[in-house]
Structures are given as structure tokens and as C-alpha cells.
Design a binder for this molecule. Structure first.
Ligand code: E4P
Length: 216
């Protein structure tokens, strides 16, 4: 499973890239607002650091507007992927952009039927939001299981990107189900490295190392 960072903050992108474990990034208008810089400039910088897919989100309500925005975003770098929402207009835009060889990430997916429509529209990536489903009392990961089953049944190549990840358990469950990608805040990525027993083990080994006789 690929690990993406869900952020537009360049310092987090740089730190993630330095680990050699991050292969893409996702952004959205809310994350762009947090970054507090021109969106196109931020995307350009992210693409100079991360060579894998970097998602840029459109905001137009209609397909033509989304396509126009998508075409402009795609000029920023080769690895830009265009995010369109899971709406009728979004699916029209997905088909049009895909025909132009511009890759699309269908975002705001909350049901397996929506994911089916995204795949049939030629989406490169579909983004089911697990955290937001959990927030309203549904089980977000059940949606990932359903989408995996449907995509396997029909050999759809659309990649399942688990979005709205809130904690390491979401990452673990996504991997167990066989999602293609999980995108996460930098704080969750950092948590993946940590285990109390690792820290205790390092401390003990260093203490014992001091007791090992050394020639010099
Ligand atoms: C990523 O592509 C999504 O926009 C993001 O994961 C949404 O996360 P949130 O539900 O925490 O806003």
C-alpha cells in the first residue's frame, strides 16, 4: 500500500519525503487555506519534492469549469492529478479529463455505488472518506471493503485511496483490506513509527552496550 501525505504544508511534505516512504500527496481547499499561500505555488513546490501523484482539487460547480481548472493545474507538473467531486458534473469532467490523458481523483466518495460510478468514468483514483463516515456513526472501513470487492469483481484498475484518515488504526485496516493508497496527516504518519517497546528496547540496548568491555 502506498503512503501519501494529506497536507499542503511544505515543511511536512519535506520531512515526509526525507523518510523515503511517502510516494504522493493530496490537497484540498481546506488544506490549502491552512497552508496560507497561493495554491498553484504550493502545488508547484510539492511537485518538486514528491515525484508521485499530487492531487489538486477543482472548485467549479460544472463539468466545463472543472475541466478548465484541471487543464490549467495539469500544466504545473507531470505528476498533478485532478480532484473532482463525486457529482454528475464531476463524473462528466472525469470522463473528459481522462480522454485528454489527464488523471483524475474522484473525491468526496461516501458510498460503494459512488465508487462504481467513479471507476466507470475512468477515474485513476477514488477517494472514500473513512473518518467523516466514522464521525456520523457509520463504519468507514466497511466502505473500503465493499469498494475492494466490487473493483476486484470487475477488474477495475481505479486505485482506492483511503482518505479522511484520522489515526494509525485506519492505516492498518486499509492495508489489511488491500486498499491501494492511504493518505494521512503528517501527525498520523509520525505515529506509524512509534511503539513504546521500541523505545524501551533502544534504551535497554544502549544501557547494556555501556557494560560491554571495549579495547579502547
Ligand atoms: C484527501 O484527499 C481528503 O480531502 C482528506 O483526506 C479529507 O480529510 P478530512 O475529512 O480530515 O478533512
Amino acid at each position: 500500500m502506498e503512503l501519501f501525505l494529506d497536507t499542503a504544508i511544505l515543511d511536512e511534505i519535506k520531512r515526509g519525503a526525507e523518510t523515503g516512504l511517502i510516494s504522493g500527496a493530496t490537497t484540498n481547499p481546506s488544506l490549502a487555506a491552512k497552508a496560507g499561500k497561493d495554491y498553484n505555488d504550493v502545488l508547484k513546490e510539492i511537485c518538486s519534492i514528491i515525484k508521485g501523484p499530487v492531487s489538486a482539487e477543482t472548485v467549479s460547480p460544472d463539468a466545463d469549469g472543472m475541466v478548465k481548472e484541471g487543464v490549467e493545474f495539469s500544466k504545473i507538473a507531470k505528476n498533478i492529478i485532478i480532484k473532482v467531486p463525486m457529482t454528475v458534473e464531476g463524473m462528466k469532467a472525469c470522463q473528459k479529463l481522462t480522454k485528454k490523458n489527464i488523471k483524475v481523483n474522484v473525491t468526496l466518495c461516501f458510498s460503494a455505488n459512488q465508487a462504481l460510478l467513479a471507476a466507470k468514468s475512468g477515474a485513476f483514483i477514488v477517494s472514500p472518506f473513512v473518518g467523516r463516515l466514522d464521525d456520523i456513526g457509520e463504519v468507514g472501513m466497511d466502505l473500503i471493503k465493499d469498494i475492494r470487492l466490487i473493483y476486484n469483481n470487475y477488474k477495475f484498475t481505479t486505485q482506492i485511496l483511503v482518505a479522511s484518515v484520522r489515526n494509525p488504526i485506519h492505516v492498518l485496516d486499509a492495508a489489511k483490506i488491500g486498499a491501494d493508497i492511504a493518505t494521512m496527516p503528517y501527525s498520523v504518519f509520525e505515529q506509524l513509527f512509534k511503539h513504546t517497546l521500541t523505545d524501551v528496547g533502544i534504551k535497554k540496548f544502549l544501557e547494556d552496550w555501556e557494560k560491554v568491555p571495549k579495547k579502547r
